[in-house]
Ligand binder design. Structure first.
Ligand code: WQD
Length: 336
């Protein structure tokens, strides 16, 4: 089956392309290269021995999308293309609503024209807003504390309403916790442009000397060591969750949402210690004031995915930091 992967040269998208190929699907990639590099395409071929069809463009380009969906007989869309920086979304909300929401609606309209009735949507645990209880299950109230999160809430709402109006439509929203790690080959990983927003790439760049030290945003939270606790999940577990969800639901319709997390929370200092062990070097850090919008703890109840998708995260913390370290040392400046 031919499937389209939007944002397929990005961190999660590119790893999903490999997993889909290995599961027997034929992924076609579209990416506007706003936060990725065409060099990823070479890495995908190096890892799989396969060359993938790639289109540089925007998912809101109706003519281009009609051409791709029709020419390649696309039967499902894995939708990763989105802006994803929480802080940036508060500074540039219109760019986030246009790119993440308007363009997704435009893509859904094009899919409808072409009879494509399956979508797997890259959602986020951010849709749970400030946790009212932990661990977070899929019944937790939906809200957000930032425009980026609201774009994920809105697209899930669009998909729910579209499925209610079109009985053959299948939409699967996968709510990621904190994706980290890299492909075990060391040939593919996260390549954030500029100063990393997220913890793991910042730690990795500190370990190789690109950053002088890590700023730890607060050590006065109500957690075991005072630093923020999150549910870090290896990207390889995340992508196997995508394949499992599609395999299970491919003949179904309706809206389905699943948490993709490990259920295990680790603190910032836990991550620093684990990475220091992988890299065999100390990670310099400074304790700084809390970052606006951060919560103390956030981790998943992933039992619904285990029960229905027969999926659970298999990679432990050491493999997350080992794989990240291998990637970081192979490509200190990422792929340019
Ligand atoms: C993790 C912890 C920080 C950087 C965000 C998005 C979420 C998802 C994952 C897209 C927190 C601390 C971080 C640093 C630090 N993205 N930290 N120093 O904020 O949990 O989630 O990324 O879907 O939607 O909200 O991830 O990696 O930014 O932070 O101390 O330089 O590390 O305070 O406790 P976060 P993060």
């Amino acid at each position: 089956m031919n499937v389209l992967v939007t944002g397929g040269l990005g961190f999660i998208g590119s790893h999903t392309v490999i997993a889909l190929h290995q599961a027997g699907y034929t992924p076609v990639i579209i990416d506007n290269l706003s936060n990725s590099s065409e060099a990823v395409l070479t890495q995908l071929s190096k890892i799989t021995g396969h060359s993938f069809e790639f289109y540089r463009g925007c998912i809101g380009d109706d003519a281009l999308m009609q051409q791709i969906l029709t020419d390649h007989n696309i039967e499902g869309v894995f939708h990763f293309a989105a802006l994803k920086a929480v802080g940036e979304s508060t500074e540039q909300p219109l760019a986030y609503y246009r790119n993440n929401v308007s363009n997704t609606v435009a893509m859904l309209e094009t899919m409808a024209k072409c009879g494509v009735e399956r979508i797997v949507f890259s959602s986020s645990a951010t849709v749970y807003g400030d946790p009212q209880y932990l661990p977070l299950d899929e019944k937790h109230p939906i809200s957000s504390t930032n425009p980026y999160g609201w774009t994920k809430v809105m697209v899930e709402r669009v998909l729910q309403d579209y499925c209610a109006a079109n009985e053959k439509m299948l939409a699967i929203a996968l709510r990621y916790f904190n994706p980290v790690g890299a492909h075990p080959s060391g040939e593919l990983g996260e390549s954030p442009k500029g100063i990393p927003n997220n913890l793991m790439p910042y730690i990795a760049q500190t370990a190789v000397g690109i950053r002088e030290y890590l700023n730890i945003f607060g050590d006065d939270y109500d957690t075991h060591d005072g630093t923020g606790v999150r549910d870090y999940i290896h990207v390889q577990d995340l992508v196997s969750g995508h394949v499992a969800a599609f395999d299970v639901h491919v003949k179904d319709s309706g809206f389905h949402a699943y948490n993709l997390g490990t259920g295990q929370g680790y603190s910032v200092l836990d991550m620093v210690k684990a990475f220091s062990s992988s890299a065999q070097t100390e990670i310099a850090y400074k304790i700084c004031p809390r970052r606006d919008g951060d919560v103390a703890s956030n981790y998943a109840d992933a039992s619904k995915a285990r029960q229905i998708l027969n999926w659970h995260a298999k990679h432990d913390l050491k493999s997350m930091t080992d794989d990240t370290w291998r990637w970081q040392t192979n490509y200190p400046k990422g792929l340019e």
